[in-house]
Design a protein around this ligand. Structure first.
Ligand code: NAD
Length: 502
C-alpha cells in the first residue's frame, strides 16, 4: 500500500524527551501491525523504568525552573492555540496513522478524532482563561480583636503529571488530558498504550514547532512496566489514567503506597441502552446500532446492553437486525466500510472467547459471532457485528465488558424493571434512553447509576460537561472545570483588613 510505505518513512518512533528524540535505554521492542492485514507499520522500543525516569526528570526540571508555569496565561494560551492549529493542519497524516494503527475508519479518524484532538487543546486554552479566583469577605476574631478578612482562593499548577492513555482512541484521549494539564501550567509525561501510540508520538515535533518549551511535554512509548515506573516515581505529583478496571485498581494501590496525591481513573463500562415502546423505533434502531458498533464496539461508552420494552420487542429487533446486517465490513481505508478490523489478533481472540462462553452458557446467537467469509478479509482482525438474545443476568456476556462489536438484548415490562436491569452492573459509565415521553426520559435518567445519560442520542459531547463514571467505572470526571480543578491545587490566602486591626 503506497500510503503505508510513505507513512513508514515519516513516522517517528523514538521517545520524545526534553524537546528532542532520544534512543531508548530499554532494549525490548514492539512492532505495530495494520489490523486489516498484519502488515508491519513501525517498530519501536518499549521504554523501561530508566527511560521513564529520564522523562520524569525532564518534566520535573521544566516545572521547577523552566518558563512554562511562570509564563502569563495568555502567552501559554497563544502557544497552545498554535499547537491545536498544527494538529489540525496535519489531520491527514495523523488520521492516516491512527486508522492504520487502530483500525478505526479513516474518515472517522480524520473528521472526528484528529478534529477532536485539536479541539481539546483549543477548548482548554480557552477554558483556562475563564477560570477565576474566588474571594470571600468575612468578620472574625483574632487575639481578642474584631477583624475583617479577605480570603482569596487561588489555583496553582500541581507540578508533574503522569498521563496514561489506552489504545482505543489514542489521539483523542491523550489530548483530553494534555489540554487541561498544559493549559494550567503543568509539565507532564504522557504514556500511551503500546498497541496504539504512533499518532500520539508524532505530537512531539508539533509541540516544538508551536513553541512549547523542552521538558514540558514528554511522550514515552512504554508498556505496563513503563506505566508502573511512572505511577511510582516520587517526582510525579498527579496521575491521570484512562484504561481498564484491573489496571486502574493496580494504579490506585501503587499511588496509595507511594504518595498522597489525587488520581483520576476513567475506566470501563457495560452501558445500558433502554428503548421504550413509545420511542421512534426507526431512529432508535439506527442509534442503538451506532451506539454499539461504532469503532467496532471498542469504546468505553459503547451501549453494549440493550433493554427493550416487550410490547415492541419483535418490531424493534427487525429494524435493529436490518441495520446490523447491512453494515459493510472492510478495510478502514475503504470509504464504503462501516465496520473495520479490531485492534489486534489477541484482542479479536479475547472477544471471540466471550462469544464462545455466551453460546456455551445458552445465550441465543441472533446474528454475527464469527469472522466474515470474504477471503479478502481473512488476514485481518475482522468480526461480524454480533447480537445475543435470551441472555440471563448471571451470564458473563451480560456482566463483563467485551470491548468489541457484541450486543446483548434483554426484554423488560415496566419502567421499574428497566431501571433495575440497567443498574444490574458493577460498572456505571454511561447510558442512553430512547422514548418520546420527556417525563419518563428524565425519571429514568435520574434513576440510572451512570456518570452520563444520553436521551434519544449517543456519544454526543459538550466539552464543558463532565465525562466520567460511577461504581467501578472510575473516580473523578474529565471535561471543562472538572479537568481544570484536577490539574490545579487551590490555596487560600487570608488578608485581614484594615491592616491596623491585626
Ligand atoms: P489497559 O488498562 O490495559 O491499559 C491502559 C494503559 O495503562 C496502557 O497505556 C497500558 O500500557 C498502561 N498500563 C498497563 N498496566 C499498567 C500498570 N500496572 N501501571 C501503569 N500503567 C499500566 O486498558 P486498554 O486495554 O489499553 O484500554 C481499554 C480499556 O480502557 C477498556 O476497559 C475501556 O473501557 C477503557 N477506557 C475507558 C475510557 C473512559 O473514559 N472511561 C475511555 C477509553 C477506554
Amino acid at each position: 500500500m503506497a500510503k503505508l510505505d510513505e507513512l513508514r518513512v515519516q513516522i517517528k518512533t523514538d521517545p520524545f524527551i526534553d524537546g528532542k528524540r532520544c534512543k531508548a535505554i530499554a532494549s525490548a521492542t514492539h512492532t505495530s501491525l495494520n489490523p486489516a492485514d498484519q502488515e508491519p507499520i513501525a517498530t519501536f522500543a518499549l521504554a523501561g523504568a530508566k527511560d521513564m525516569q529520564r522523562a520524569v526528570q525532564a518534566a520535573r526540571q521544566a516545572f521547577d525552573s523552566g518558563p512554562w508555569p511562570r509564563m502569563a496565561t495568555k502567552e501559554r494560551v497563544k502557544i497552545l492555540n498554535r499547537f491545536a492549529e498544527l494538529i489540525q493542519a496535519n489531520a491527514t497524516q495523523l488520521g492516516t496513522i491512527e486508522a492504520c494503527n487502530v483500525g478505526k475508519l479513516l474518515k472517522e479518524c480524520i473528521d472526528h478524532d484528529v478534529a477532536r484532538a485539536s479541539a481539546n487543546i483549543r477548548f482548554f486554552a480557552s477554558a483556562v482563561q475563564q477560570q477565576g479566583d474566588e474571594t470571600f469577605f468575612n468578620d472574625a476574631n483574632f487575639l481578642g480583636k474584631k477583624i475583617k478578612t479577605i480570603s482569596v482562593t487561588k489555583r496553582y499548577p500541581i507540578g508533574v503529571a503522569g498521563l496514561i492513555a489506552p489504545w482505543n482512541s489514542p489521539l483523542m484521549l491523550s489530548t483530553w488530558k494534555l489540554g487541561p494539564c498544559l493549559a494550567t501550567g503543568n509539565c507532564c509525561v504522557l504514556k500511551p498504550s503500546p498497541w496504539a501510540l504512533l499518532s500520539v508520538l508524532q505530537l512531539g515535533e508539533l509541540a516544538n514547532e508551536a513553541g512549547i518549551p523542552p521538558g514540558v511535554l514528554n511522550i514515552v512509548p512504554g508498556d505496563a512496566e513503563g506505566g508502573k515506573a511512572l505511577v511510582t516515581d516520587p517526582l510525579v505529583d498527579r496521575i491521570s489514567f484512562t484504561g481498564s478496571v484491573p489496571v486502574g485498581k493496580a494504579i490506585a494501590q501503587a499511588n496509595a503506597a507511594t504518595r498522597v496525591a489525587p488520581i483520576s481513573l476513567e475506566l470501563g463500562g457495560k452501558s445500558p441502552t433502554v428503548v421504550f415502546a413509545d420511542a421512534d423505533l426507526d431512529f432508535a434502531a439506527k442509534g442503538v446500532a451506532r451506539g454499539i458498533f461504532r469503532s467496532q464496539g471498542q469504546s468505553c461508552v459503547a451501549g453494549s446492553r440493550l433493554l427493550l420494552q416487550d410490547s415492541v420487542y419483535d418490531a424493534f429487533m427487525q429494524r435493529l437486525l436490518k441495520e446490523t446486517e447491512s453494515m459493510k465490513i472492510g478495510s478502514q481505508f475503504d470509504p464504503e466500510s462501516n465496520i473495520g478490523p479490531l485492534i489486534t489478533k489477541q484482542h479479536l481472540e479475547k472477544v471471540e472467547g466471550f462469544i464462545a462462553t455466551a453460546i456455551d452458557a445458552g445465550a441465543k446467537l441472533t446474528t454475527g459471532g464469527k469472522r466474515p467469509d470474504d477471503p479478502k478479509l481473512s488476514q485481518g482482525n475482522f468480526l461480524e457485528p454480533t447480537i445475543f438474545e435470551k441472555v440471563t443476568t448471571e451470564m458473563n456476556i451480560w456482566q463483563e465488558e467485551v470491548f468489541g462489536p457484541v450486543l446483548v438484548v434483554m426484554p423488560f415490562g415496566t419502567t421499574e424493571e428497566a431501571i433495575a436491569l440497567a443498574n444490574d452492573s458493577r460498572f456505571g459509565l454511561s447510558s442512553s434512553v430512547w422514548t418520546t415521553n420527556l417525563e419518563r426520559a428524565l425519571a429514568v435518567a435520574n434513576a440510572i447509576e451512570a456518570g452520563m445519560v444520553w436521551i434519544n442520542s449517543h456519544f454526543v459531547r459538550d466539552l464543558r460537561a463532565p465525562f466520567g463514571g460511577v461504581k467501578e467505572s472510575g473516580i473523578g470526571s474529565e471535561g471543562g472545570r472538572y479537568s481544570l480543578e484536577f490539574f490545579t491545587q487551590p490555596k487560600m490566602i487570608c488578608l485581614p483588613y484594615p491592616v491596623e486591626s491585626c
